[in-house]
Design a binder for this molecule. Structure first.
Ligand code: G3H
Ligand code: 13P
Ligand code: ZN
Length: 309
């Protein structure tokens, strides 16, 4: 099975009422944990690389590790650039073998976002690569002081048809109340499903992407707190909300923080219980196993993409 785009994955996910997990990768153990989980439950997979991950681990190392995962598992794997912030970065990833890129022009005006996104789409499509665009801003939504500021950050459904038609993007990330990291909601978690529904009606059969979709699993937050960390008020997206989104037009669900938490909690526990231990394999091994468990749980119990190869 070669490294693939997400085109066929999304078509099947849309029709089947499930979503594909897009997991962020930064090193070998993370790639192994995710891909072994997907293999065990026969799930298609998107492995995504941020600019920060690329800077940390190096493009070639990550690409070769992902190729190794593809060889070892035989799974269809899409290699995706997460939050590309410039044409040059997208071009470099496309030229370097990625099959999908995100150009995140969500901070720009609609016109500027369209122009930048279209430039990336034109370059990508000529080379068989797919593109994710974004409308609406995620970060800081939970910090909005008043409703009008809050509304300004959500995706405006009235803009989506123009954006998709003029840019030619293959999928669209929208802001409906999720945010990145482990502190997503101050009060009760609330997502604007009315916006998702409106977008879905305006863009029939079009794949929607949900960023900031970690649930901030209590088990790992508690483990971090128990073993010397401190994460008061950490809160994520309830899993039933993600299931509901996956049954709607959301075909790609981005998860990074839940993997970071599982990894960090497991390593903290190991060091607390084995203070004299200094062989990295002794703590990175259990961290990799924890990532595998989290990913399996997401695929089977939340996203529903198990058995969908
Ligand atoms: O959306 C952001 C992802 O969690 C990647 O984070 O830029 O720290 O690698 P990063
Ligand atoms: P989380 O921080 O909720 O895991 O979101 C990850 C993400 O959106 C990557 O693009
Ligand atoms: Zn994101």
């Amino acid at each position: 099975m070669p490294i693939v785009t997400s085109k066929e994955m999304f078509e099947k996910a849309y029709a089947g009422g499930y979503a594909i997990g897009a997991f962020n990768v930064n090193n070998m153990e993370i790639i192994q944990g995710i891909s072994e989980a997907a293999k065990e439950v026969d799930s298609p997979l998107i492995l995504q690389v941020s600019a920060g991950a690329r800077k940390y681990a190096n493009h070639t190392y990550l690409m070769k590790l992902i190729e190794a995962a593809e060889i070892e598992t035989g799974l269809p794997i899409c290699v995706h650039l997460d939050h590309g912030d410039s044409f040059e970065l997208c071009k470099s990833c496309i030229d370097g073998g990625f099959t999908s890129v995100m150009i995140d022009g969500s901070h720009l005006s609609l016109e500027e976002n369209i122009a930048l996104t279209k430039k990336v789409v034109d370059y990508a499509h000529e080379r068989g690569v797919v593109v994710e665009g974004e409308l609406g801003r995620l970060s800081g939504i939970e910090d909005a002081i008043n409703v009008s500021e809050e509304d300004a950050a959500f995706t405006k459904p009235a803009e989506v048809e123009e954006f998709v038609t003029k840019t030619g993007v293959d999928s669209l990330a929208i802001a409906i109340g999720t945010s990145h990291g482990a502190y997503k909601f101050k009060d009760q978690p609330r997502l604007r499903f009315d916006i998702l529904e409106d977008v879905q009606q305006r863009l029939p059969q079009f794949p929607i992407v949900l960023h900031g979709a970690s649930s901030v699993l209590t088990e790992y937050v508690e483990m971090i707190n128990r073993y010397g960390g401190s994460m008061p008020g950490a809160k994520g997206v309830p899993e039933e909300m993600l299931r509901k989104a996956a049954e709607m037009a959301v075909c790609k669900v981005n998860i990074d923080s839940d993997l970071r938490l599982a990894m960090t909690a497991t390593i903290r526990k190991h060091h607390a219980e084995n203070p004299g231990e200094f062989d990295p394999r002794k703590y990175l091994g259990p961290a990799r196993a924890a990532i595998k468990e989290v990913v399996k749980h997401k695929i089977v119990n939340v996203l529903g993409c198990d058995g969908k190869i």
